[in-house]
Design a protein around this ligand. Structure first.
Ligand code: FE2
Length: 349
């Protein structure tokens, strides 16, 4: 069936195309009469000279056929390091690409877990690589303010995991003392890199939702008792999916405990204070912050400022958490998180 030209193509930033690479998809430019013309054939090397010419003509976007989107996503993931290091690409475009690659990994992890019942090793390796790139981005580019572009939007499971991942990595980068504390708790585990492992926990923290039907996850009204029970099982289901993997115990524990509240009102075990691991206590803060600053099916997004206010306020006697959640969090970590939000300039929104 013939498709309208504009609905057939997707705009991508030229900076996403790495010089010397061999994209497996065709790239088009839009000419002055709004026609899409082939600029690079799939499987051909894109030279720096070709990219320079494109810049000279002033093309700020190139296009791909939407049917080749999966090939484009694979390409972005395989070339993420070069893209992150490319000074010719704006921070906003970088954040979009990074977000796309991260969300795609979460999506693939959910899909493959539903199919097999466990998290495959290649997903873990892809997350480790993503952490490497996240560290390059956060440590070497003035990237924290750009990360604010990731925040907000709709609360979808994949996007949520992406945002929790980026905030967790940014939080750890800025708080080496917290990394030390996590390291102590993980003293009996074997692994190469602690931040990589924390990234795996953040990306996969909700993997137990993979089996929860979408109509429950996206329900507009209040959940009934059975639905709520299913939701509350997701930390346990998540850890069951990770049980046979080589992932260290502290990561599995963080997945299991990411809904435990500091005051013992969380689930599944009503753990309190430091019986909840440090990483799980961080993820609880970030998880709540992202959920409340995103549009959820039953509630509109609050601004970061409104959410921070709720997070630092003592709850009312009626126990309505929307009036104050202070007791749910480790106060020291919450303070550090709010300082990070200031650096991302997210509270200005
Ligand atoms: Fe969760």
């Amino acid at each position: 069936m013939a498709r309208n030209e504009d609905s057939r193509y997707m705009s991508i930033p030229p900076g996403a195309i790495v010089s010397g690479s061999l994209p497996k998809f065709k790239i088009y430019i839009k000419s002055y009469n709004n026609h899409y013309t082939l600029w690079a054939l799939d499987g051909n090397v894109v030279t720096q000279e070709k990219l320079n010419k494109l810049a000279e003509i002033g093309h700020e976007e190139v296009f791909i056929d939407l049917e080749e989107e999966i090939k484009y996503e694979e390409y972005l993931e395989n070339h993420l390091t070069e893209i992150v290091k490319n000074n010719a690409i704006t921070n906003d475009h970088k954040v979009n690409i990074i977000s796309r690659v991260s969300t795609n990994i979460v999506k693939n992890s959910f899909e493959s877990t539903v199919a097999t019942g466990f998290v495959k090793e290649d997903i873990v390796e892809r997350i480790k690589k993503l952490v490497e790139n996240a560290l390059i981005y956060i440590n070497h580019y003035n990237s924290l303010p750009a990360l604010s572009k990731l925040m907000g939007h709709d609360y979808q499971t994949y996007e949520h995991a992406t945002k929790v991942f980026w905030l967790t990595i940014a939080f750890l980068c800025k708080n080496p003392d917290v990394i030390e504390e996590i390291q102590k708790e993980a003293a009996h585990d074997k692994f190469d890199n602690i931040i990589e492992q924390c990234g795996i926990a953040a990306m996969l923290h909700d993997i137990g939702k993979a089996y929860i039907p979408k109509d429950i996850l996206n329900k507009k009204g209040a959940l009934d008792e059975i639905e709520w029970e299913k939701i509350q099982k997701h930390p346990l289901n998540g850890v069951a999916m990770l049980i046979d993997s080589k992932i260290p115990t502290f990561v599995k524990k963080a997945v299991l405990h990411h809904h435990e509240n500091y005051d013992g009102t969380g689930y599944p075990f009503n753990l309190e204070k430091n019986n909840i691991s440090c990483l799980a206590r961080i993820m609880r803060i970030i998880d709540v912050f992202d959920a409340m600053t995103s549009n959820r099916p039953y509630k509109k997004a609050l601004t970061p400022k409104e959410v921070v206010k709720i997070m630092v306020t003592q709850p009312n006697k009626d126990g309505d958490k929307n009036n104050g959640m202070r007791n749910c969090f480790d106060q020291d970590l919450l303070r550090k998180f709010i300082i990070l939000l200031g650096k991302i300039k997210i509270t200005k929104k």
